[in-house]
Design a protein around this ligand. Sequence first.
Ligand code: SF4
Length: 177
Amino acid sequence: MDESRDAPVQNLSESPADGSGTPRSTVSRREFTTSCNFCSCGCGMIAAVRDGKLLTMEGDYDHIVNRGSLCVKGISMFATHTSPSRLTTPRYRAPGSDHWEDISWNDAITRVAQKIRKTRDATWIATEKVGDKEVPVNRTDAIGFMGGAQNTNEECYLFQKAARLLGLAYVEHQARL
Ligand code: SF4
């Protein structure tokens, strides 16, 4: 999120989710400007937060890109965030298994790291012949890296760096396919 700003608190109240009808104070509610990350248009959004929980997301009328409007993907962002179908833990399907099981983040990271290491070591190309010269190339062609439209610029920078450091030549982005 880019910037925090206090929400206007006068004459504002919210109906509580418990349906009690008693308006709740908005004093603890804060708003942050942020960007929709579903595509590269970068439409501005305002996220309202209370006690560390996201309350609403809407288009930012002051943002030069979208002036408050959002396409259907941007409008759906809050529903996606709160959807009960949203996966919040990594899942694993064992070879031959017919079902997925939840695993911990530590387990998922360890599994991915081990597979990358094993594949990279087994397929490493240190040098290649160019003309009559053997030149260093230091890469593996056995692993590809796919980014997504939901990644931020900062995430893409880090992913790209990690992929190149691992010696990956095939680095792509889902939006180009
Ligand atoms: S609201 Fe729509 S057009 Fe704007 S950044 Fe999100 S996906 Fe792109």
